[in-house]
Design a binder for this molecule. Structure first.
Ligand SMILES: NC(=O)c1ccc[n+]([C@@H]2O[C@H](COP(=O)([O-])OP(=O)(O)OC[C@H]3O[C@@H](n4cnc5c(N)ncnc54)[C@H](OP(=O)(O)O)[C@@H]3O)[C@@H](O)[C@H]2O)c1
Length: 274
């Protein structure tokens, strides 16, 4: 008789925004219940995760790492080196799949902190993972087998859509596009709201009009095969209102502004990775 395979023990180091989003995502899909452990220096039963999801907790990173099949480094980049050094010897013995969420910390650096021979995946999620509507780019080092890639994918697919990066450098570009992207969208919404209010619309109505416009437009882009340029052509009748608005954007060279903005974010991602 075939013995049932025990589900992987997933350990999160850090109990902040990203851990909360991922754990909630996993629970929403009923994946591997009872097999999640969260380690953080001040975690207790009052933590929202303990209230909402059945997770085991510890304040000791080593205790957590000793049980990990998949270990997710979900602490801020500033504390990552000391966290990684503290669990290095346990990880060397156990060799779990390590997934780092830390922006800008290269695999080469992670290897210098954790030691060789550990399969490492880097991920760049964005904030909508908190609503299970995230965009997550993943990059795997050469130690990561296709089976481990599958495990990383099933974890992140609970909170969004996944794109595998072909190179680690691509993650810096992803950071500037989809990582920072929600910020650009909020800026556009803010500007559209202000323009609506300037013309006399109340704040609540301006919020509703702009939010639903972004949602609906994104759904149109996601649901069909038309490019954004084709979709724009569809809503622009010659001599109409949309065309008048778009001409004003084009006079201000809005595409150049976006190119410069994303270029600046990318350069900043490179600087932070130094
Ligand atoms: N938030 C985003 O939109 C986003 C997007 C992309 C990538 N990321 C990356 O995801 C990672 C986590 O971000 P986050 O937003 O979840 O951060 P966060 O909310 O600040 O959470 C960090 C967690 O780490 C805990 N912590 C601090 N020192 C620790 C230690 N020595 N050992 C174990 N846990 C420790 C903190 O505990 P205390 O609060 O008690 O100090 C907190 O629970 C970061 O590397 C970030 O770059 C975040």
């Amino acid at each position: 008789m075939k013995m049932p395979v025990a589900p992987a023990r997933i350990v999160f180091i850090g109990a902040g925004n990203m851990t909360t989003a991922l754990v909630k995502g996993l629970f929403s899909q009923d994946i591997m219940l009872h097999n999640i452990m969260v380690a953080s220096p001040r975690i207790d039963q009052q933590h929202p995760l303990c209230q909402q999801c059945e997770v085991q907790t510890t304040r000791d990173n080593v205790v957590a790492a000793e049980q990990a099949d998949i270990l997710i480094l979900a602490v801020k980049p500033q504390v990552l080196q000391s966290v990684a050094s503290g669990i290095r010897s346990v990880l060397q013995q156990r060799q779990p799949l390590v997934i780092s969420l830390a922006a800008g910390v290269r695999i080469k650096t992670l290897v210098s902190w954790l030691g060789e021979n550990i399969p490492i995946v880097r991920s760049m999620p964005n904030l909508p993972v908190t609503l299970q509507a995230g965009m997550i780019s993943l990059y795997a080092d050469s130690m990561v087998t296709s089976d481990l890639r599958g495990q990383a994918e099933s974890l992140f697919s609970s909170v969004g859509v996944i794109l595998w990066a072909q190179s680690e450098e691509m993650l810096d570009i992803v950071t500037a596009v989809s990582g920072s992207g929600p910020g650009y969208v909020f800026l556009m919404q803010e500007a559209m709201e202000e323009a609506a209010r300037h013309l006399g619309i109340d704040a609540a109505s301006a919020r509703l009009l702009t939010t639903q416009t972004f949602l609906g437009a994104a759904q149109m882009a996601a649901s069909g095969t038309l490019s954004p340029a084709d979709l724009r052509a569809q809503v622009c009748s010659p001599g109409g209102t949309t065309e008048a608005g778009i001409q004003a954007f084009q006079q201000r060279q809005v595409k150049t502004v976006f190119r410069e903005a994303i270029d600046s974010a990318w350069r900043r991602a490179l600087e932070l990775a130094q």
